[in-house]
Design a protein around this ligand. Sequence first.
Ligand code: NA7
Length: 282
Amino acid sequence: MKVGWIGLGNMGIPMASNLLAAGYDVCVWNRTPAKAERLVSLGAVIAESMEKLVENCDIIFTMVSDDDAVRSIYTGAGGLLSAAVRGKLAVDMSTVSPETSRFLAQKCREAGLRFLDAPVSGSVGPAKEGKLVIMAGGEQQDFEQAKPMLDKLGKTALHLGPNGAGTSAKLAINLLLGITVQGVAETLLFARGMGITTEQMLTIISESAVGTPLIRGKAASILADDYPAAFALKHMAKDLRLAREAGVSSPLAESVAASYRTALEEGMGDLDLMAILRFLDP
Ligand code: NA7
């Protein structure tokens, strides 16, 4: 199986690296070519265009920022669907709306390209360790074909139903992520107002039933008030917007969507989503 990889951002680089480490032949393309060069020392071949990448590969993974990016990768001028894709398989791992996944699946079907939506839960750390949770939508046999590679990228890969099922599940799990991170932020601020230090409260949370790897993993960043992006706040704001557009309407969903959107508007988009604590700090 020759693998193509499009999209070498924070997530794409470690994920493509894991396929190289597993021994796959990987051909890469990124809009900003300099990022692709980082993978050459690991054995990647850089494609000069998406068309060339498609020529060289049986399966093509895409991992880009959002709906506009993924639509332009597939359907834009010089994009995937203008190449000789018939009989190949595309796996989009970006977080986009279920509507976009279904739209792309239809466009791919018309061109003879099989398509899975397969977004991931987990940020840069799990991506590096190959411990993502992968949620896929599409045909069962296409999922089975991609599964050996998905198993190198994640600790769990689930086939959930037709196209759009993967991205629907992703929006659901990220709703819980957004609510949890804002819940931690509000808890720390409330405790601080009552005279309990952030360090004390983080210890209490970690030792209690609500302590999770997520919260323990953010502790150092919270204590240093330093938020390098493991999962950028702009992506959380996007996912909560997509959840609302997909019809999720609940008290907490409304509330957290508004917080992350306003934090994004105030210029915090490239920080980690835990920076919502700094945003909420009065
Ligand atoms: P990043 O680090 O913001 O990387 C985004 C990638 O998407 C990067 O390779 C970008 O290329 C690429 N991109 C963005 N817009 C376009 C367009 N219009 N055309 C082509 N390529 C584009 O995101 P992450 O890796 O953290 O996240 C990826 C997904 O996983 C996202 O959906 C998250 O919500 C979850 P560039 O290097 O800027 O040229």
